[in-house]
Design a protein around this ligand. Structure first.
Ligand code: GLU
Length: 506
């Protein structure tokens, strides 16, 4: 394969949805796999949808995710500028070229007149389109005389330039994921390509830029498939070779019913944006993966597998491994359901691969905020005890608070089931055994406690659970004798006494 040149071409209309991040990632993996070039182009032709801060957000998000572009708005390159508003001057000549070759026409219809036609069609439950059927009854250079057109242009009347679809032509979009998609031109809208304010629309700018930037493969979301026949025809009209297309399956809501939206994230409590976003207009704040405590590599890994899999069952992969295994043929045709639990699972896996020292460093900062002073050695010990139970670094405290302070409450369900009238006596006996252990050895203490329970023909599960309740407050947590070792026998004895007196009152 020749070295591909691919681009991610977001419009700066708000924060970048994770679906967009996945599109960029697939472009990246494809480019890197084949030694190609990955480009970031900002498509900001629609000034009405421009949102300040969105471009900077996009750049920052990819920095955080460690996904690097070879060319782009923030890194430059030989095909720049990489922002369409800075390329504005070059588009007109292409619109004129299409006018001259008969592939486009001027249209002067006012927004109001088109609106009336739309409403009239709606009243008859029909759809109004500016197309092969309607264009000859509308106000454009196909219906007006050449002089009239010149006069309107000379008088600076507002106009748009529309693409002129040929009549009754089957247009084939060759899609690398979906195969051939064939659409008849009679069903298509003569889309606006250029406006008299000097701005091209997305369609014209996108095709001109992909051509002038030597893009070989257009890998983008499925929502752009309906535009692809127009794009194919535009390449044809210009006499340019079209790039290859691959339209990616949608990211769906967790229940599979429709596209994943920000509202789903708010409703079900997961981020749909890589970074936190402060909406400059409404002031609304949307949560981000970064701020929620996700490891960027986990996010990348999770997104890569939403719609693609290497076919060997492997799930946890570095970006280098993904690159080596990536192929467009293995991208699914059907939409990928977003699974918030799986996202956490990936983060859990990446935290397990992190060194205890790194996690200890993060935890030390959390402890400092709580004015808790602990030695590095003890912090490392905590990490080793709770690491496998955490999905986020912020979970470390939740999982280990009982190692720093006595339980705030005791799980009533467990007490009801396990705590008996002779439990205080048994726990005191165990406290005595533990106190005799000098120097304290957790294995030995464990063996002696077990032997004592057995010798007295007591119920092992019941006693151990009550001891756990007294120390932890709940029937959960790491190995009991590890906890005892960490707390020290004095503190264990204190907690047993405390539990006995508090539980007796309840
Ligand atoms: N600007 C379009 C977007 O916002 C890009 C579509 C394409 O990749 O052609 O998604």
């Amino acid at each position: 394969m020749i070295k591909p040149r691919v681009r991610f071409a977001p419009s700066p209309t708000g924060p970048l949805h994770i679906g967009g991040v996945r599109t960029a990632l697939y472009n990246y993996l494809f480019a890197k796999k084949h030694g190609g070039t990955f480009i970031l182009r900002i498509e900001d032709t629609d000034q009405t949808r421009f949102v300040p801060g969105a471009e900077a957000y996009i750049v920052e998000a990819f920095k955080w995710l460690n996904i690097e572009f070879d060319e782009g708005v923030h890194v430059g390159g030989a095909c720049g500028p990489y922002k369409q508003s800075e390329r504005k001057a070059m588009y007109k000549q292409y619109a004129v070229q299409l006018l001259e070759s008969g592939w486009a026409y001027y249209a002067f219809d006012s927004a109001e007149s088109l609106d009336m036609l739309r409403k009239a069609a709606e009243a008859e439950k029909k759809n109004f389109q500016y197309d092969v059927h309607s264009r000859l009854s509308l106000c454009n250079s196909l219906t007006l005389g050449a002089e009239e057109v010149s006069a309107k242009l000379a008088a600076d009347e507002p106009y748009v330039i529309r693409f002129k679809f040929p009549e009754n032509r089957d247009i084939t979009v060759r899609d690398l994921i979906r195969g051939d998609v064939i659409v008849n031109s009679n069903t298509l809208d003569d889309k606006v390509l250029y406006k008299s304010d000097g701005m091209p629309t997305y369609h014209l700018a996108n095709i001109v830029d992909d051509h002038t930037m030597d893009i070989t493969h257009v890998i983008r979301g499925e929502e752009w498939l309906p535009s692809a026949p127009l794009h194919v025809m535009l390449y044809h009209a210009f006499g340019w070779e079209a790039p290859q297309f691959a339209h990616l399956p949608l990211l769906l809501k967790p229940d599979g019913n429709g596209k994943l939206s920000k509202r789903d994230g708010d409703r079900l409590g997961f981020p749909v944006f890589p970074l936190e976003w402060h909406d400059p207009k409404s002031g609304e704040v949307s949560v981000g993966y970064r701020e929620t405590g996700y490891v960027p590599q986990a996010v990348v890994n999770m997104l890569a597998l939403l719609g693609w899999n290497p076919g060997n069952g492997q799930e946890v992969m570095t970006i280098e491994e993904m690159t080596a295994l990536f192929s467009i043929e293995k991208i699914n045709k059907s939409g990928a359901k977003f699974d918030p639990e799986k996202a956490k699972w990936f983060n859990h896996k990446y935290l397990q691969m992190m060194s205890n020292e790194l996690l200890a460093h993060a935890f030390a900062m959390q402890l400092a905020e709580k004015n808790i002073n602990e030695s590095e050695e003890r912090i490392l010990k905590v990490i080793s005890l709770v690491k496998e139970r955490i999905n986020f670094t912020k979970d470390i405290w939740e999982q280990s608070a009982f190692l720093f302070e006595p339980p705030q409450q005791y799980d009533e369900q467990v007490i009801k089931k396990r705590w008996k009238s002779d439990t205080p006596e048994h726990l005191q006996a165990i406290a005595a055994i533990l106190t005799e252990e000098k120097p304290f050895c957790k294995e030995h203490a464990h063996n002696r406690t077990v032997a004592w329970i057995q010798d007295n023909a007591l119920n092992m599960g019941q006693i151990m659970n009550c001891l756990r309740i007294a120390l932890v407050g709940a029937a959960k947590g790491p190995d009991l004798f590890e906890i005892i070792d960490f707390l020290g026998v004095e503190e264990v004895t204190r907690r047993i006494k405390r539990a006995i007196s508090i539980i007796a009152l309840s």
